[in-house]
Design a protein around this ligand. Sequence first.
Ligand code: HPA
Length: 247
Amino acid sequence: MSLDLAIIGGTGLYNFPGLENVEKRAVDTPFGAPSGAVVLGKLGDKRVAFLARHGENHSLAPHRVNYRANLWALHHLGARRIVGVNAVGGIRADMGPRVLAVPDQIIDYTHGRFDSFCDVAGAKVEHVDFSEPYSADLRAALLAAARRAGIVAVDGGCYGATQGPRLETRAEIARMRHDGCDLVGMTGMPEAALARELGINYACLALVANWAAGCGDATTISLPEIFANLEATTSQVPPIIAALLAV
Ligand code: HPA
């Protein structure tokens, strides 16, 4: 069986509107259980899989997500292209709340996560090239799809992946800005690296929910504002995905 696309939904995206002929598939993996059953369905004539990264009821914190099981399950079901949708905070001046971005680089600040399929007894250690952490083809296709859908998405940017679940301090964000991060989120890694290990073309569609700590005018981050911004940006995901699949 092959899939035209798999989507991993982040905070605010727990199911995919418009999916038809839906079937829920529980997949048993060598790495334990994925975040939930994979939803298989059709968007037009294209076969699509959807998985809610944090579980359907957002019960899994970023450091508790079984990224290996999620990627393994999608690969097992035939996914060769995955779009990861991630809520993020904005650091760079043009990456404020409600901006959509397709980052092209990553810095990983997470720790203690199972971040490789090689990390099991007897596995052959493979060193994958990760100079360009996202698929150039899928990034370009996503950006073109956004354009066709009439939605502005910023091309590029560095995604800094933090451990969470707490948000960052101003000093941490200042350090990340200095490091070259433009966006900050908690789930971009190890997802991207695991996709690369499996040979999956993976790209991130980042939805900016708030200014990262110390970046906007506010001295604190408002959680209700995060959710309002996410609701607005999440509604733009289905038309982008529809345009991506239309070619
Ligand atoms: N930091 C980390 N992750 C996030 C943020 C943030 O400010 N906003 C949404 N996800």
